[in-house]
Design a protein around this ligand. Structure first.
Ligand SMILES: [Zn+2]
Length: 244
């Protein structure tokens, strides 16, 4: 889906034949090369490669991958992509880096959760864990920083869903890439999935950082585009979540 001038989402499906994409990384490209925001869940490299080609680019056109946070459905193909294309830089917030590089166990991959998974999934995740130490982080990105991408892209640190979760704001497009801080469910803008958000209170506090942005569009990794007065709906969402 086209999200703006030289910005498109990549639709990744959890199962063959699914009609709704489960994960939606974003590809932006300009004179400084292409930037991929997040990389889908494990085993989706073929889907990503095809989707990038449908946009008219190649994986080798990607100069950098920005990781919004450590979760497996966001870094699932990071090692696979950078193994094929070692020149691609990886950028992330400091608070999630040790989990992305395998120095610490990803916070939601508890022994309990792993033990509830089918054997095949557990095996796949263990081989994924083994790939993580190959990931090199080239740049640590900070809250408030304006990245030299697409005429300026601001980093907004939004901890709660994970400690180093970030959103990305594109002022030229009045577009917020919300990652997992916000979702669209049945056409409604909602907060992060509570079951996968260890600090929901902090996630709600982080939402306050999004209310002052001039916004026309919010793009959520889960649920896609939301463009009906997003600022008013974020403010309303905060009110509801703070009462809960
Ligand atoms: Zn996610």
């Amino acid at each position: 889906m086209k999200l703006g001038q030289r910005i498109a989402s990549i639709e990744l499906f959890a199962q063959p034949g699914s009609t709704e994409p489960a994960y939606q990384p974003v590809l932006l490209w300009d004179e400084n090369g292409a930037t991929l925001v997040d990389t889908g869940n494990i085993g989706q490299l073929d889907q990503i490669t095809k989707a990038v080609q449908e946009i008219g680019l190649q994986l080798s056109d990607i100069k950098r991958i920005i990781v919004t946070h450590q979760d497996i459905d966001h870094i699932g193909n990071l090692a696979a992509i950078t193994a094929e294309h070692p020149d691609i830089e990886v950028w992330a917030h400091a608070d999630d880096i040790p989990y992305i590089t395998g120095e610490k166990r990803m916070i939601k991959m508890t022994d309990e959760r792993l033990s509830q998974m089918p054997e095949a999934a557990r095996t796949a995740i263990h081989s994924f864990f083994n790939q993580l130490p190959s990931i090199r982080i080239n740049r640590v990105i900070k809250d408030g920083e304006m990245l030299y991408i697409h005429g300026g892209m601001r980093v907004i640190h939004t901890p709660g869903h994970t400690p180093g979760h970030i959103c990305l704001y594109l002022p030229q497009e009045k577009l917020l890439l919300a990652a997992d801080e916000l979702r669209v469910v049945d056409g409604e803008l909602v907060g992060p999935a509570e079951a996968f958000t260890p600090d929901m209170q902090e996630a709600v506090r982080s939402m306050h950082k999004l209310t002052d942005l001039p916004l026309e569009k919010v793009f959520c990794y889960h649920g896609g585009l939301y463009d009906h007065e997003p600022s008013a709906h974020i403010a309303e969402l905060i009110r509801i979540l703070e009462q809960a």
